[in-house]
Write a protein that binds this ligand. Sequence first.
Ligand code: ZN
Length: 579
Amino acid sequence: MTTRTRILAIFLPSLVIAGAAAGQTPQPTPKRTAEIVIRAGTIHTMAQGRPTMRSMAIGGGVVLAVGEAAHDLDGFIGSGTQVIDDPALTLLPGFIDTHTHLLFAASDINDVHVNEAKDIAGFLDLIHKRAAVTPKGNWIRTSSDWNEWNLAEKRMPQASDLDKATSDHPVLVRRGGHNDVLNTMGMRLVGLTRDTPTPRGGGTIVKDAAGNPTGWLIDSAKGLAERQFPPPTTEQRIEELRLASLDYAAHGITTVRDAFVQEDEVPLFQAAKERGALSVRVRAMVGYGFGPSTPSQMTPWMDRIAARVGSGDDMFRIWGLKLVLDGGAENGATEEPYVGQPDFRGQLFWQEDTLAEVISNAARRGLKVGVHAWGDRAVRTLLDVYERVLKQQPGVPKGALVLEHGGLSPAKERARAIKMGIPVTVQHPLLHDLAFGLIEGLGPKRTADIFPIREWLNEGALLGAGSDYPVGEYDAMMSVWGMVTRQTRAGILGPEHAIDVATAIRLYTVDAARLIGESDRLGTLEPGKLADVVAYRRDPMSIPVAELPFLHPAFTMVGGRIIGTRSRDQSRRSAKTQQ
Ligand SMILES: [Zn+2]
């Protein structure tokens, strides 16, 4: 140990700092032993002004101490201590995905993840592979988080395509919230024929020139297929959450802010937590429903949420409320019209006055609010609303009102958000996966200006990074790579908005913890912080950027507990590096 060695230890009553006289290096003489001592090649603590460390002691779910040299914390080792001695390891604080949909990931965890397909042949191959391990006659269903824009053919597969993948299984392909496609066996099972009447409520049964259904069902017609899938039981949902949260952890994520949780899903999370089925910490944004409502309708709901906010623990708690102001890729509210649609500037779902009243009511109850605002017209409108609320209630704490996405945020609006202290969640994976569709609607110039992350940071904004899964993929290192390269499915877009790797990691750790209001417990590896760690075999801060998408955690630790990794992800990640 050199004289330059510094040890940062938690000041527990059980810990004595000895030799602290002038000129001497303080040495902790721990009276308690650690449960785990890690000696790594590099520990990026992400703490301000702290050098890179080499060792860390963990006990009681928290970081007890970090040391500059590998053997600095040997004093913490007792007979029961697990020592992980591996100079090849690089440790970082666990990643915090500040805007994702874990519940959605749980609902599609058992589906075929066709998002990785590059063309229809690849799409069919994934279904074919699932068919090989599925008993004949059982349904095969795909996830809905993909888009035909990303297939070489740029079209939806039809029943005649799907029949090539399997003729022994009914297949239901889902895409987004509006489209289903059945294979021939699926059509037979649901009784879909050329005589099936179009269901009420604005649906479509797509038919070929001869009048036969092609398998494609739109909107209300989807009900024909989806009644084959009864809603899962609570037991099934807990099991799905177990698998999905393991998969997030396998990607280095240790905390998620779930951006749409319904009130009746709060007990589901609590039950999952009590069963030990949550592998990541969850901060719920509770949504009222998909459409806007009147302030008076929402008041009793708000009261109930406000009463529950304080009742969580480190694994699960309610962050606040979620509201949606405008549409997304297809109908976000813009100042200028959409390409080729001179009369269409997207959709705002709220009247400004109503939204202001609802947010005022929430703020008055001490509730935090995150509002989805994607287009520049939505961003401007939301900031107008936030301005009104803050004028009425100047005591609302900083960080209580959040801008979710802010996809198109011009300089003027950025300045206003920063002045008001409004943090922003940004999700490069969304831009990565939706690039083709965004260019179609907004044109290349506006699309390239989505998520001006560098400008936000240079101007002083607080940003948290995330994925918006299922719109983008939740692999944290893919997202870091995306923020650094501005790579998308449609090539590099807006390279002037790129940031460096260390900054991108900061947006997933320190800054994400600040955004969710938990920098006292999360975001850095310092004594007293929760022992949420992601370990890699190579150092993401120094390997070539092009290799980041292939960097897979060696292990992830949540509260000092090592989470097993799943292997499905190896295949999920491969396709995403292709653009
Ligand atoms: Zn979202």
